[in-house]
Design a protein around this ligand. Sequence first.
Ligand code: PLP
Length: 385
Amino acid sequence: MTILAGRPSVRALQPSLIRKLSNSAIGKTDVIPLWFGEPDKPTPEFIRQAAKDAIDEGQTFYQPNLGIIELREALAQYQNRLYGTALTAENIGVTPSGMTALAIALQCVVAEGSAVVVPSPVWPNLPAAAAILGGEIIRVSLRPRGGAWRLDLEELFAACPPNTGALLINSPNNPTGWMLEDDEQRRIIDFCRERDIWLIADEVYSRIVYDRDCAPSFADKVTEDDKYLIVNSFSKSWAMTGWRLGWLTAPKSLVSTLEAVSEFNFSCIFAPTQIAGITALQEGEGFVRASLARYQAARTLLVERFAELPRVNLPLPSAAFYAFFSVEGVSDSYAFAERVLRECGIGLAPGAAFGPQGEGYLRLCFAADTPLLERALTRMLPLLT
Ligand SMILES: Cc1ncc(COP(=O)(O)O)c(C=O)c1O
């Protein structure tokens, strides 16, 4: 007998296509894995040491739901430094990962049957986390235009039905590297105010951007009267994917709600992990910059090489560390990614994993050293020419 989940929205969940493909390669040793979205290097030593010291000091007890006050203060100061905001610890809730921050934000906002409007292609976990709660997902297409991805704001606004509960926007975007500009963010906030819609902004790639210090953030455009939640994470900027540490920025008056929702989801986060987070914020700026220089070199390599291949089209990613490219003649991205895996030993993520708008594309994570990427490109060449 097969036991199915009781909740219909959970029964309807589809497994991740990226996991499905990567599971098929378990046990293969010669695969260059470029399918997952994470830096190739471990967390820097000074961050790891801070956590080790905290363990040795015996910091193994339960902690406050919203995170230890020192980390909440450090997060407010970090954002104030980047964006010129006046946030305080009362605007911050620490979470065990960006994914959990997203889930908590959506639990605070999404009512059963309300519409959640999401620009796509997008990391599948965003719409899935809203769909679990009974949200009706409406996708609005990002489109490549003039060599880069764009969102037509008029199209976004027109796509919001009267029952819209939230706009769920991931900028900088996984998988395309598309990014909202400041004036676009202002127009989105004006729209949310006019229509009384929540804004949930996923900014986990805010520090991985190639033409400025940090990506435009909604943080410096919202007020304490706006209905907003900003999701962020330590995973990408400080190479801390396995630690599971993220945070939410929200109006102060919402934070007691966050506290309750956090209590009933995860209760609290391991203190040494939070102390590692403080160290990352206070001493990790050099690491963020050095990582970016590596990703910049990798991006340049891929852009140059793909430009030499007439069948390949790579709209320039402004941010994040993904090349999201199409190959002429490829319409089934999963079948093509399977072929790339089988014939070239390269793990790519199929574009269909990011919604129907991603079909026909492949995602390659370039958070890696350029010699490895050179090798991967050489192996893939027969299927790209
Ligand atoms: C757009 C986006 N948001 C959130 C996350 C979650 O990051 P984490 O749960 O590792 O903090 C990811 C990870 O890939 C992502 O790509």
